[in-house]
Unconditional design. Structure first.
Ligand code: BF8
Length: 627
């Protein structure tokens, strides 16, 4: 296998060559060395839930030692993936809620969006009249934290969904109660000797994932916007070409904005900027990777260094003084790669310590001081850079990012006839979809996966969709791919979009692919879908919408896909999840869910074919929507 064909990113290809010369092993080498992967694992048919196993299901041994059949084993594994993803997103949100509890006028974390907080507080039944904004913030934090473990009731956000959707959830008993409870229920039900019924296991998977989308992720996004600002359109650049030869390069990688916001602030500290100059650098250049990259580019226009598959390659440039990480999607391999260069690989969270890294704990209580110390460590490291080992590839693309729901509505207000219609509503978007100028809206989300060429499926599918007048909204590493490959340039509309979409983009001054944020921000997709459905008094499943995860790989992506389906949006995957071993699991996930929740999964590993399926299904949905 030619390593360079495993990615379509030309910067990555250049750096793979350099890695080979430098004797550095990357994920691409490990993928080749691994040759074939475990067939039982790929099919989901290996059970290692108890100590009698692992039990592997074959035609000769169709049951595990306890008698569990392949459907039970696959169902349990799938449910645990959903629980893992829900735990990751929601624990991120829990930390954000604790940060909200720390906000104060004098402290590091402040309230940037007072109106938004008051609106949310009112919605949650918090008294706001005559109260200090910080008292309201602390009460809202308490309410949010109760969502994790409240003993009674269901998610506080469900009432925002269309009434028909709420009825479906109630009937199927998939309204999430408390976030931790749903995760615990799945862990309990999938313990040896508990649930052994595939239909129930999938039903539990839906409810747990709903706790991700309609509870944890919503808290994460809404509180982040209130504290750090609701994203607005920003100009930025993306890909490893954003690293600077003459500056201290700091890459932030991970997920939680409470760390990244403070680091961004610390890089502007005059003493640290002066120190950088003392070290011989022209300044400090900060960029982001993975979802932290999405968070800081959406709010500050900070450059995107790259995506999940480029984390090792960023260090191979030899130009990175520090890779600062918090939680999720961080390769443990980074410590070995950093050892080959001068880079300091700095871990900051007790939840994600990595052997071989430098551990500098970041505590929200001491946020700015901790951030200053971490950045100082990076700046001091500039003197250790070996210029003869530096190779910064040139490629980078400009991009316009920062399309929160508010930002999209604001852009669309440009076409509102103020004498007839109110500004600040979803109506213009509904109008252009109803008229057919835009055929539909598709969320392209998720990761890079070594089982397919990095970035190929993302870019192929996005180009096909916009060519067919479908507006693309994107989050996570899908968003990074779009930014790197020029699809978030406003000029991309003329170059790639169909006539209808190109006209709308030009009229309202947006690119054809809209950057909606990090993976937690898939909750924004639920907000848009609900707003449209409520406006036209339909259910979400009646709308020409779809979700696609062309290169997904994480448990978080499984939870996202599952709550998107449970919300009534058909979801398309470019990589088969480990459920193929159970014909029943496939029947339910890719078929019967349609009858239950009005949406299901479709899997096709050929990106062109997957795009064609999405386009055809969007057109089918239009028939009902246009009536
Ligand atoms: O949460 S898209 S590789 S970075 S899991 Fe990870 Fe996947 Fe990237 Fe953010 Ni999302």
């Amino acid at each position: 296998m030619d390593k360079k064909l495993m990615t379509i990113d030309l910067n990555s290809r250049i750096l793979l060559e350099k890695a080979e010369k430098d004797g550095v092993e990357t994920m691409y080498d490990r993928k080749i060395a691994m040759k074939s992967q475990c067939g039982f694992g790929l099919q989901g048919g290996c059970c290692r839930i108890c100590g009698m196993g692992p039990c592997r299901i074959t035609p000769k041994t169709p049951r595990g030692l306890c008698g569990a059949d392949v459907h039970t084993i696959v169902g349990r594994n799938f449910a645990r993936m959903c629980a893992g993803g829900t735990a990751a997103h929601s624990d991120h949100a829990r930390d954000i809620a604790h940060t909200m509890a720390l906000t104060s006028r004098e402290g590091n974390y402040k309230i940037r969006e007072e109106e938004k907080l008051i609106e949310l507080a009112k919605d949650w039944g918090i008294e706001t009249e005559g109260k200090d904004i910080y008292d309201i913030a602390h009460e809202a934090a308490d309410v949010a934290l109760m969502e994790f473990g409240k003993p009674y009731g269901t998610s506080i956000f469900l009432k925002n969904a269309p009434a028909k959707r709420q009825e479906i959830w109630k009937k199927l008993d998939i309204e999430p109660r408390a976030i931790d409870r749903e995760i615990a229920t799945v862990m309990h039900s999938t313990h040896i000797g508990c649930c052994a019924d595939i239909d129930s296991l999938i039903n539990l998977s839906l409810r747990t994932s709903m706790a991700d989308g309609w509870q944890g992720s919503m808290i994460g996004t809404k509180f982040s916007d209130i504290m750090f600002g609701t994203p607005t359109p920003q100009q930025t650049e993306a890909n490893l070409g954003v690293l600077e030869a003459n500056q201290v390069n700091i890459i932030l990688h991970g997920h939680e904005p409470s760390l990244s916001e403070m680091i961004v602030l610390a890089t502007e500290d005059p003493e640290l900027v002066a120190l950088a100059k003392e070290m011989g650098a022209e300044g400090i250049n900060i960029s982001g990777m993975c979802c932290i990259g999405n968070e800081i580019t959406m709010r500050h226009g900070i450059k995107i260094a790259g995506d999940f598959h480029q984390q090792e390659l960023a260090l191979v440039t030899g130009a990175v003084e520090a890779m600062i990480v918090d939680v999720q999607c961080i390769f443990p391999a980074l410590s070995r790669v950093a050892d080959c260069y001068h880079t300091k690989f700095i871990t900051t969270s007790k939840k994600a310590k990595i052997t071989g890294s430098i551990y500098m704990e970041f505590k929200e209580e001491n946020a700015y001081q901790d951030a200053l110390q971490i950045v100082r460590e990076a700046v001091l490291n500039f003197k250790n850079r070996d210029k003869s080992r530096v190779l910064i590839p040139e490629l980078k693309s400009s991009a316009t990012v920062g399309y929160s729901v508010d930002a999209i509505i604001k852009q669309l207000d440009r076409v509102v006839n103020v004498e007839i219609d109110k500004q600040g509503t979803i109506k213009p978007l509904v109008d252009v979809i109803k008229s057919g100028t835009i055929r539909g809206v598709v969320g392209v989300v998720g990761c890079n996966n070594a089982r397919v060429a990095s970035n190929l499926a993302h870019t192929t599918i996005m180009k096909e969709l916009i060519k067919n007048d479908i507006l693309v909204i994107t989050t996570g590493c899908g968003a990074s791919a779009a930014a790197k490959f020029g699809l978030m340039k406003k000029s991309a509309a003329k170059k790639y979009a169909g006539k209808g979409l190109a006209t709308v983009c030009e009229l309202v001054d947006i690119p054809p692919v809209l950057h909606m944020g990090s993976c937690v921000d898939c909750s924004r997709i639920l907000d848009v879908a609900s707003a449209i459905a409520n406006f036209v008094d339909m259910d979400i499943s009646d709308l020409p919408l779809a979700g696609v995860a062309p290169e997904w790989m994480s448990e978080k992506a499984v939870a996202i896909g599952t709550y998107i389906v449970a919300s009534g949006i058909d979801t398309y995957l470019g990589v088969m999840p480990p459920v193929g071993g159970s014909s029943r699991a496939v029947e339910i996930l890719c078929g019967e869910l349609e009858d239950q929740v009005g949406a299901s999964f479709t899997v096709n590993e050929n990106p062109e074919e997957l795009a064609a399926l999405i386009i055809a299904d969007i057109e089918k949905k239009r028939v009902h929507f246009e009536k």
